[in-house]
Design a protein around this ligand. Structure first.
Ligand code: PLP
Length: 375
């Protein structure tokens, strides 16, 4: 049977990895500054992560989602404490799209409305409702267009107010740092205005922290740079360091009831062990702080490169904007410099999303490789 070929792949086959280093089947070493779209948060095969997952595998000979799994509460407690979001409740699922799907569903149930406000260049995943909440034409093909979406532009106060005043929206969904789109961010006054208008109009504010959350921006959640409190926060990617897991943090003002949401695999033992290991390493190694500090170092280094026209993002969610399309630069970085980076919907942006425990020395290696390739 052939694989259904829906996205291009680089011709590299990793067989082992440690930290930011990846070794392929020919013994060639690569440096991974992309982490599979911001998934690798604590580094490949971190010893604590591997140990915790192995122990969990050894200890589990059954699977059931209808009996007690104490790891879920342990995870919720730890997440609440580390994120500062103690006044939220946690629902676990398996991916970012699923997290957003659940978030939009909850917003719709809560308000008994279905229209959604999203933002241009946003990306919220590939399921029916979450796909609808993106303006990316290549993926904007919802199977089930229950959720009519209005796309606005960041920092357009008038358009936001006009739309929300219509009174038929259940939710505003946004990334406080856009990932796939290319690292655009709304301003703090705009985000605070969105939060205030949502509150006044009974509209649910959903922060999609699937990519920018879990320490990546230099704070636990990227919205925390702007002093707003979303009603629902969706999480995935870095939370599992490669193990497929997602979740929604739901403000305590939302009432839970049996049957409201459901899942077969969400919150399974291995997924919980993976997330707990990530949180433990983040705490022990002070990784959110490292992301903040190394983000500043990145800015200084990037300023030294004349070809870089703009530096986008914050913490370790970063992009370099050039006045040319970066597809071949990215390819050459892999083939010639043995370095993984990312592209974006904005074709001029090269994305840099390393593990949060990257060192200055490793960052220097990235800039040496970039300079060599640009010269
Ligand atoms: N939300 C954001 C901000 C994302 O970047 C992504 C994936 O890139 C998703 C949601 C979808 O996540 P997943 O691919 O785990 O479904």
């Amino acid at each position: 049977m052939e694989l259904f070929d829906v996205y291009p792949l680089y011709d590299v086959t990793p067989v082992s990895a440690k930290g930011i280093e990846v070794i392929d089947d020919k013994g060639q070493k690569y440096l991974d500054f992309y982490g599979g779209h911001a998934v690798i948060s604590i580094g490949h095969t971190h010893p604590h992560y591997v140990k915790r997952l192995k122990e969990q595998l050894d200890n589990i000979g059954f699977y059931s989602n209808s009996i007690q799994n104490p790891l879920q509460q342990e995870l919720a407690d730890k997440l609440g404490q580390q994120s500062g979001c103690k006044n939220y409740k946690l629902f676990l699922c398996n991916s970012g799209a699923e997290a957003n799907e659940n978030a939009l569903k909850l917003a719709s149930f809560h308000t008994k409305k279905s229209k959604v406000i999203a933002f241009k260049n946003g990306f919220h995943g590939r399921t029916s409702a979450a796909v609808a909440a993106t303006d990316n034409p290549s993926i904007n093909a919802p199977l089930n267009k229950q959720q009519e979406v209005t796309f606005l532009t960041f920092n357009d106060f008038d358009a936001l107010e006009k739309a929300i005043n219509q009174g038929d929206y259940c939710a505003v969904i946004l990334e406080t740092i856009q990932g796939v789109g290319g690292l655009d961010e709304p301003t703090t006054p705009f985000l605070q205005f969105v939060a205030e208008k949502c509150k006044q109009n009974g509209v649910v504010l959903i922060a999609d922290e699937v990519q920018c959350g879990f320490g990546r921006s230099g704070k636990f959640f990227a919205f925390q740079h702007h002093k707003i409190q979303p009603d629902i926060i969706s999480i995935a990617k870095g939370m599992g360091n490669g193990f497929p897991v997602g979740g929604v943090l739901i403000h305590e003002s939302f009432k839970a009831s049996y049957g409201l949401l459901g899942t077969t695999f969400g919150g399974n033992h291995l997924a919980c062990a993976a997330v707990l290991a990530v949180l433990e390493v983040m705490e022990q190694e002070n990784l959110t702080q490292n992301a903040a500090e190394l983000g500043v170092y990145f800015l200084e280094k990037a300023k030294e490169i004349p070809a870089v026209k703009n530096i986008k993002g914050r913490g370790l969610m970063l992009g370099l904007e050039f006045d040319f399309e970066v597809a071949s630069l990215r390819k050459n970085m892999i083939n010639n410099q043995k370095v993984f980076t990312g592209g974006a919907k904005d074709k001029h942006v090269l994305r840099f999303l390393p593990a949060l425990n990257i060192t200055k020395n490793q960052m220097d290696q990235f800039f040496d490789a970039l300079k060599a390739e640009l010269s």
